[in-house]
Design a protein around this ligand. Structure first.
Ligand code: FES
Length: 220
């Protein structure tokens, strides 16, 4: 890959032709929010929060490739509104128990809510009962899961087994007014989130039991 120059938020940045914009930004200490992308894995394209403008068009920076002379803007009022709506959507029916949650203080959801300044909730849908499950050494709590699908990607790319997949969640559909009135990416992400949970592929439980002790399941 040849070396090229791109411009991110007015800063000239050297990178390789075809590098993902998110990686080019990270290598140059430029922050772009990104929940589902894992270094060394293929893009998951589940969270949509990494969106930026590249030469005036909206792209997902974890999946868009750098081209020489490209101009990237990581923040515009529309992008910030979209990211905020996405974070609010993640908070819909998420348990409000940060005060007693073991993950509090080391929680990306909490961090991004603070970073993006979410201080109110504009969206709602009736919740359903979501039972926790134990898969070998893994305890899965769908009440806490934001279906970022990192577990799906890391199993596929790092372990080489498709042990996890998204499965239907059930429950009420979103009200139609949301589709008309919400930022587009936030609605699309919520619509998918509201229909999905994580489940095992056929035989996945056996694979997890045997492999989880030797392979880190979550890598960044
Ligand atoms: S980090 Fe790009 S879609 Fe999630």
């Amino acid at each position: 890959m040849s070396e090229i120059t791109i411009n991110i938020d007015g800063k000239e940045v050297k990178t390789k032709e075809g590098e993902f914009l998110l990686n080019a930004a990270r290598a140059n200490d430029i922050f772009i929010p990104a929940i589902c992308y894992l270094t060394r894995c293929s893009p998951t394209l589940a969270c949509r929060i990494c969106l930026v403008e590249a030469d005036g068009k909206r792209v997902y920076s974890c999946n868009a490739k750098a081209k020489d002379g490209m101009n990237i803007t990581t923040k515009t009022p529309a992008i910030e509104a979209e990211r905020r709506a996405i974070m609010e959507v993640y908070d819909v029916n998420h348990p409000l128990q940060c005060g007693v949650c073991d993950q509090s203080g080391e929680c990306e959801l909490q961090n991004y809510n603070l970073e993006i300044g979410v201080d109110a909730q504009h969206y709602a849908v009736k919740d359903i009962k979501r039972e926790a499950r134990d898969w070998g050494h893994i305890h899965y709590d769908p009440g806490l899961c934001i279906v970022c699908e990192r577990c799906v990607t890391v199993c596929k790319d790092m372990i080489g087994d498709n042990s996890f997949k998204t499965v239907p969640r059930g429950g009420d559909a979103l009200e139609v007014e949301y589709k008309e009135n919400m930022p587009k990416d936030a609605y699309a992400m919520w619509n998918k989130l509201n229909k999905s949970l994580i489940g095992l592929t056929s035989g996945g439980e056996m694979l997890i039991v045997h492999r989880v002790e030797s392979v880190p399941l979550f890598v960044r």
